[in-house]
Design a protein around this ligand. Structure first.
Ligand code: HEC
Length: 189
């Protein structure tokens, strides 16, 4: 997502207001010994410099703070790993240890990603994030830590335990998703 950099523009406008009278008063022409006028190069250079700076700042798009779309995409990557595991623990697909480990490892990698994207006040038109994420930061932090711990335990179980234990750990992760959503995710927008 891109937006145009407004702050430098405001600074520039203020600067131009200061500079404009100076530029205007600056001699536009110099008088040569012969008495002939020729354009003052310093004045021309100053004009070009100001114009180039203005254009450069206007054309400078900067990355916006991540918002709902970026977070939802990061959570969808979690779901991409979590869903196939769910199909296995519910007995709807055969349990293959190597495949299951792959999903559990990938889930662990993906799990932390969305939490790098919760900048303050980043609720936009697409976002389902509730303001409580920022007004109750300790509670949100706990929900996140419980989730990450459950994901770690599920990964450990995938590597070392039997399907019954894996199923229990899977359910704990699933509960941690729900606990957080119940408090911190609003209705569909
Ligand atoms: C600590 C809080 C938290 C945890 C844990 C969490 N989520 Fe979320 N999730 C959110 C929030 C908040 C949003 C909304 C983000 C936004 O729209 O800005 C969200 C959005 C999503 C979305 C995007 C789609 C949509 O319509 O909102 C999916 C998919 C999702 N979560 C799945 C999961 C799954 C699966 C788990 C567990 C494996 C999980 N989440 C764990 C807080 C959490």
């Amino acid at each position: 997502m891109l937006y145009y950099n407004i702050l430098p523009l405001q600074v520039l406008t203020a600067l131009l207001k200061q500079l404009y009278p100076i530029v205007i008063k600056y001699p536009h022409f110099t008088v040569q010994h012969s008495g002939a006028y020729r354009p003052n190069h310093e004045f021309e250079t100053m004009k070009k410099l100001l114009l180039t700076t203005l254009l450069a700042i206007l054309a400078m798009p900067v990355a916006a703070e991540p918002g709902g779309a970026e977070r939802q995409q990061a959570f969808k990557k979690i779901l991409q790993q979590f869903e196939p595991m769910g199909v296995v623990v519910r007995g709807r697909a055969p349990y293959n240890k190597a495949d299951f480990i792959q999903h559990a490892d990938a889930l662990k990698l993906a799990a932390t990603q969305p939490f790098t994207l919760f900048a303050p006040h980043s609720i936009d038109a697409k976002s389902r994030a509730k303001p409580e994420i920022w007004s109750q930061p300790a509670k949100f932090q706990t929900a996140k830590e419980n989730f990450l711990k459950a994901v770690d335990d599920l990964d450990a179980a995938a590597h070392n335990a039997d399907l019954a234990t894996i199923r229990k750990q899977y359910d704990l992760v699933s509960q941690s998703c729900k606990t957080c959503h119940d408090s911190f995710r609003g209705p569909k927008v």
